[in-house]
Design a protein around this ligand. Structure first.
Ligand code: UGA
Length: 450
């Protein structure tokens, strides 16, 4: 579409506050759908790069989408929430809601943005939380705004990092939490274009549902990891087990891969935030608290098992780590299981050298371990290699090159992505999560990277 083509012009003007993992795909996505979108980003370096069409997030297709938005002039970037929100009819709040010391969600950024824009937005404006917020946030924001002519609503995002653009245009479902019919209608029209179920609820249900979805996913993974640990003790195979379990349509095949523990920018903080809210509400969520604890134990377990394969201790041992991002397809290190394991290895006296295809040396310079520029480079002279992120290039590496580079022979594949037969044939001792010895009839481990 040319910059002058007005066929797709939309009635609502959108503001998106925050150009992070949630805000940027939202802003650029809606601009692509024909809306005028102004996105506010306070970091001056990031702002200048965005205005020049440069995106630092490792997110497929996002840079193209941003450039397209800039070219059509439907997407623009400004340095302050007030400048974005003043002309908007719908304002999406996409600023971080980090975890506070006590496990609750820290709403400082959300509340300060809303306090800033509250007095100046036009009558009829809808302020929508898109960041994950605890139940009760909309009520707090309504009090902060203190205007009867401004609406507050919630439309939580369900994007996954690494597929945010795809998830924006092809969501599974849309959730709108709003009380007034006019707000429900206007937000409904915004999301109509996706052709997927749009569920409209009251705001409390919407806020709580996002937490429920992430808590459910985390619980599912902790369950799988617990079964993996039982498989190790019993000599059974968690991969085959989960293939069978996942064929039950009530369960489904996705999100069943055992690993070093789950992490990322959402699951850890959202599980803790929900557990905190539940305690505050007088309904302690003991099962979720145990899910969080068992995940911590899973990180410890990786170090303990590695030590077991290195004569009882990692102290003074040279360890190569493949993968630092919290999952493949992203360069995000927030609450990465890999960093949790690296931290524990360093604390136990190991000498760690890490490599990640998407994370540069600068990002790890403060973390207490060395960085290698290549995967094989990380392996020179090491006693053991630990695979902590499931990047496809790791599974595609020739194990004989690894064997030639290493001093020792222990390879701990915490993501179950390496082919057991191939890596064993190269003379390496492959340690896996919840997998028994190689099954000659089913040797492809890579299928586990679902
Ligand atoms: C998660 C949810 O999956 C999204 O639905 C949600 O919208 C998003 O949080 C959010 O709240 O913004 P994301 O944080 O991108 O998305 O990461 P996931 O793909 O869920 O992975 C989380 C962790 O679980 C990673 O450490 C990953 O390696 C691990 N994982 C995932 C496994 O260990 N096994 C699996 O089978 C799948």
């Amino acid at each position: 579409m040319s910059p002058t083509d007005n066929r797709l012009r939309r009635p609502e003007r959108l503001a998106v506050i925050g150009a992070g993992y949630i805000g940027l795909p939202t802003a650029a996505g809606f601009a692509d759908l024909g809306y005028e979108v102004t996105c506010a980003e306070t970091n001056p370096t990031k702002l200048a790069r965005l205005a020049a069409g440069q995106v630092d997030l490792h997110e497929p297709d996002l840079e193209d989408l941003v450039r397209r938005g800039l070219k059509t002039r439907r997407l623009s970037f400004v340095d302050h929430a007030q400048r974005a929100a003043g002309d908007a009819s719908i304002v999406f709040i996409c600023v971080p809601t980090p975890q506070a010391e006590d496990g609750s969600a820290d709403l400082t950024f959300v509340e300060s943005v809303v306090a800033d824009i509250g007095p100046l937005v036009r009558p009829g404006t809808i302020i929508v939380t898109r960041s994950t917020v605890p139940v009760g946030t909309a009520d707090r924001l309504r009090n902060i705004v203190g205007r009867r002519d401004v609406h507050v609503a919630s439309t939580p995002e369900f994007l996954r990092e690494g597929s945010a653009v795809r998830d924006f245009f092809h969501p599974d479902r849309i959730l709108i939490g709003a009380s007034e019919p006019v707000v429900r209608r206007r937000l409904g029209e915004l999301y109509d274009v996706f052709g997927v179920p749009v569920i409209v609820t009251d705001i409390a249900t919407s806020e709580l549902t996002k937490h429920a979805a992430n808590a459910f996913l985390a619980t599912r993974l902790s369950f799988v990891n617990a079964m993996a640990n039982i498989c190790e003790a019993a000599g059974a195979d968690v991969h085959q087990m989960m293939q069978v379990v996942g064929l039950d349509p009530r369960i489904g095949p996705k999100f069943l891969a055992a690993g070093p523990g789950w992490g990322g920018s959402c699951l850890p903080k959202d599980t803790r935030a929900l557990a905190y809210v539940a305690r505050q509400l007088g309904e302690p969520f003991t099962q979720l608290e145990s899910t969080v604890r068992s995940n911590e134990a899973q990180f410890d377990r990786v170090v303990r098992r590695l030590a077991d394969h290195l004569d009882g201790s990692v102290q003074g041992r040279r360890i190569a780590v493949w993968g630092l991002a919290f999952k493949a397809g992203t360069n995000d290190l927030r609450d990465s299981p890999s960093l949790e394991v690296c931290k524990r290895l360093v604390a136990a006296g190991a000498d760690v050298t890490a490599f990640d295809p998407a994370v540069g040396a600068a990002a790890v310079s403060q973390l207490g371990f060395a960085y290698a520029e290549t995967s094989i480079g990380a392996c020179f002279g090491v006693d053991a290699l630990v695979v902590l992120t499931e990047w496809p290039e790791f599974a595609a590496t020739d194990p004989s090159l690894v064997a030639a580079a290493m001093s020792g022979d222990v390879v701990f594949d915490t993501r179950n992505v390496l082919d057991i037969n191939e890596w064993t044939s190269a003379g390496l001792r492959l340690v896996t999560v919840g997998r028994s010895s190689p099954d000659p009839l089913n040797s492809s481990a890579s299928a586990n990277a679902a």
